[in-house]
Write a protein that binds this ligand. Structure first.
Ligand code: HEC
Ligand code: HEC
Ligand code: HEC
Ligand code: HEC
Length: 314
């Protein structure tokens, strides 16, 4: 090419074409990143708004409490600043009970107050309520209030004795099992690829100890496997969350002691509260829902009435 020759289109045009192409590419890339970031930030913010900070991974939003119930309880509080008929939630004002009912009872099951109350009289029990089904639910709810206190005070407290891991201080409450359902299912179908009739071996936890036992039956080995799959899946963890994979019988990991305590707690629940759970046997899934920290548990004691918490001493 001769010196001084300038192609009026060639190099220039090529330059601008390439420049334009790169600009468009960078710009659309930047716009994509921007919209991606904005989208993520916005959806994260929305999650934060809907999650209730008192709970682990649980939202109490929704309009399950009827306006008529709200009006009724305001009138009830004005008339009775002190509650008339509480057996578990002692030491609270009616207004404090209302707030607890809203966030943790109605909010844990996502039901209106009328699920358990005749709102003309929140203190009424049994026949006074005028509807057997509603009365039975209030009665059942009171037993589950007692169960929550019992589990927090007599079972979660045992976790503090386990070496190598401090409990987080999370507390069991209605949503820990109910998770926005009035009728939670402990053993849903398709929970895991296991036989339907399979349940935790709560009659005798020792059947789980199979290693090095030459007399051990095939049944026991299968039971162990079902249980271990159930625990892994319910918590969303692999075997090594609790085990030294080179030697399963070891007790090196604190999570294994946690799991044993939880197995014993499940035995206790079955023994004492199975009737109030419509005959259902507890499972790890009932609380854990494929998560290590059960969603719908309360983050810390401060959020709950003293009488329900681990540190309460009557
Ligand atoms: C799942 C059942 C259930 C639901 C839903 C429920 N409650 Fe309750 N409520 C109870 C039980 C059980 C008691 C008694 C607690 C005790 O004995 O310690 C109670 C007690 C009360 C009391 C105290 C009454 C007294 O004077 O003795 C008030 C007030 C109350 N509830 C208001 C409400 C309001 C308002 C709602 C709706 C936002 C509501 N409850 C939803 C079960 C329920
Ligand atoms: C009634 C509810 C409930 C049931 C049922 C339950 N858990 Fe838990 N589990 C909890 C709560 C609440 C915690 C949180 C304790 C803490 O953070 O201090 C927990 C914590 C644990 C941990 C510690 C998690 C970690 O950080 O490593 C393990 C392991 C565990 N559970 C295993 C089990 C197994 C196995 C079963 C079934 C045999 C089971 N759980 C059944 C409520 C339950
Ligand atoms: C350990 C798990 C667990 C905890 C914690 C728990 N529940 Fe339940 N609850 C169940 C199961 C399981 C059922 C049986 C559901 C069915 O009928 O199939 C049930 C049933 C009920 C029923 C009867 C519902 C009906 O319509 O027949 C009421 C009311 C109730 N629970 C209230 C509560 C309240 C209020 C709390 C908190 C104070 C609570 N529960 C805590 C597991 C639990
Ligand atoms: C959440 C904790 C946890 C998880 C996850 C878990 N295990 Fe276990 N495993 C235990 C506990 C607790 C025992 C002892 C039960 C007892 O003492 O009754 C046990 C016992 C065993 C035993 C019997 C050991 C002996 O002493 O004979 C074997 C084998 C075993 N698990 C294998 C597995 C396998 C394989 C997996 C993964 C699929 C798994 N485990 C997942 C907690 C867990």
């Amino acid at each position: 090419m001769r010196r001084g020759f300038k192609n009026p289109y060639g190099p220039n045009l090529a330059f601008w074409a390439v420049f334009l192409a790169i600009t468009v590419l960078l710009l659309s890339g930047a716009l994509w990143v921007l919209s991606f970031v904005r989208g993520t930030v916005v959806s994260a913010a929305e999650d934060e708004i809907t999650l209730n900070q008192a709970y682990i991974n649980y939202s109490t939003s929704g309009d399950y409490v009827a306006t008529s119930s709200l009006t009724a309880v305001q009138a009830y509080i004005a008339e009775f600043p002190e509650p008339q008929n509480v057996q578990v939630l002692t030491g609270m004002t009616t207004s404090e009970i209302w707030s607890f009912m809203t966030t943790y009872v109605a909010g844990g099951m996502k039901v209106d107050c009328t699920y358990c109350h005749n709102v003309a009289n929140f203190a009424a029990d049994g026949a006074e309520i005028g509807d057997d089904v509603v009365a039975a639910r209030k009665d059942n709810a009171r037993q589950h209030l007692q169960m929550v206190a019992d589990l927090n005070q007599n079972w979660l407290t045992q976790l503090a004795d386990i070496e190598g891991k401090q409990p987080s201080g999370a507390q069991i409450i209605c949503a820990t099992c109910h998770l926005a359902e009035p009728l939670p299912v402990a053993w849903p179908e398709n929970l895991h690829a296991l036989p339907d009739e399979y349940r935790l071996p709560l009659d005798d936890l020792d059947v789980l100890l199979v290693t090095g036992n030459l007399d051990v039956s095939l049944d026991a080995v299968q039971y162990n496997q079902h249980t271990m799959y159930h625990m892994s899946e319910s918590l969303g963890v692999g075997c090594t969350h609790c085990h030294n994979s080179r030697y399963f019988p070891d007790w090196e990991q604190p999570a294994k002691y946690y799991a044993l305590t939880m197995l014993q707690m499940s035995q206790y629940i079955r023994e004492n509260y199975q009737d109030s759970m419509n005959g259902q046997e507890p499972s790890c899934f009932l609380c854990h829902r494929n998560q290590v920290r059960p969603p719908g548990a309360v983050q810390a004691e401060v959020f709950l009435p003293d009488v329900l918490t681990s540190s309460y001493a009557p």
